[in-house]
Design a protein around this ligand. Sequence first.
Ligand code: NDP
Length: 480
Amino acid sequence: MEKLQNFIDGVYRAPIGGTYIDNFEPATGQVYSLIPDSDERDVELAVEAAEKAFPIWSKMTTEERSKILVRLSEGIERRMDEFVQAESRDNGKPVSLAAHVDIPRSVSNFHFFATAITHFSSESHYMEGEGINYTLRKPIGIVGCISPWNLPLYLFSWKIAPALAAGNCVIAKPSEVTPYTAYLLGKVAEEAGMPAGVLNILHGLGHKVGDAIVKHKRIKAISFTGGTKTGEYLARTAAPMFKKLSLELGGKNPVIIFADCDFADMLSTTIRSSFSNQGQICLCGSRIFIERAIYDKFKKAFVEKVDRMVVSNPTDPNSRMGALVSLPHLEKVLSYVELAKEEGGTVLTGGVKVQLEAPYNEGYYMRPTVIEGLAFDCRTNQEEIFGPVVTITPFDSEEEALMMANSTEYGLQTTLWTSDLKRAHRVADQAQSGIVWINSWMVRDLRTPFGGMKSSGVGREGGLEALRFFTEPKNVFIKY
Ligand code: NDP
């Protein structure tokens, strides 16, 4: 059985404790590799390596750092197929999704920040008759990057790339559920000529090695993407140590569909926004609000389309949905279908496990699920399910749609469908979310701020926001 290793100080190493955790293949339900069960000793080793590397990396010219990161991005691109296969196998997502979204977007992330840093400027403020201020933006030092399992390399790179570009050394931990592409990244970093100790990748359990990263005194900032509960714990732990914190947390995103929308475009995009990656994207829309005039038309067309979706093993080219990421997660999602029924909902389609033939007969598959008849404020409509389950609810006015859309503790993303320009702007303005997509979904311009309000997070990633997060501003005043 293959044993993954930590990547510390430019070399692959076994965990100091010598123990490993099983890594399951969601498509088959079988263990296919072993992951280091790292602990605080491995973190200490990585911090020592990063401290040695920091003067080299932070003092390198921006152009040199940029070149190494461009090579890193090209290195992933060269090994595209290896990364695509690994991501699909580790996560259960269709190979086609990893090939079109996850890995190309990871390549773009590294390339974007490799070049963005060469355009990153600081400010100066002139005070008439007094003097001039200029603001330096210095790397923070050693930073921790912790990411979840749903878009493994994509979200990992979303943090690591700006952190490195800004001149920091990184201690990163992918989710223990999907470690493989992060494991491959070490090799690519080495080939790209990244000095040893600049990027350190540790594997293991969140509450063990993740916690040790968060608590380490010499790790000065934490960039975290994951669940809201974990984020709350991280904030409680890191805040008294005055660490910089960026938190990208859960979502329960609304999709608001007005009767005047482009129906065909809306319908096919809403299928994607509901079920891409088995509904396991923080940006998926899980509460669909439809103007009453087209509610029945939408319901019929949507359910018909969902019924036709092929759930199959990730390597099947016809597969529109692969396996959910783990057995506990599948059980959690199915338990929400039961809750929805208890709360008075009607399951229009799905809600059940899918049994595939061997060797996929123990994989974690379920049908895409559509539920109607629930109150907007019931638990099914308020709590994050993070799976292929959506609810549909009619509305009678713009005010009612907004009230229901804004009713959760979350505020990550809102999708709007309408042809009325004034209404589009008005509703976007009042949506309580960090991101609004109008007549589209999942379109990402890497320069734009990314993140949520309310319990969906603190701070923003993306573009210059990320470079600002990973630098410490220092203002200098010179008197005339
Ligand atoms: P978790 O919060 O369980 O885990 C996220 C990461 O944190 C994992 O690497 C995990 O390790 C680690 N971790 C867990 N506990 C601790 C701890 N005490 N200290 C340090 N690290 C810890 O989230 P999931 O992996 O289940 O991801 C799904 C969640 O991520 C959903 O809520 C989703 O909405 C959110 N998400 C948010 C996004 C956004 O941009 N806002 C984007 C994508 C997902 P381990 O896996 O080993 O437990």
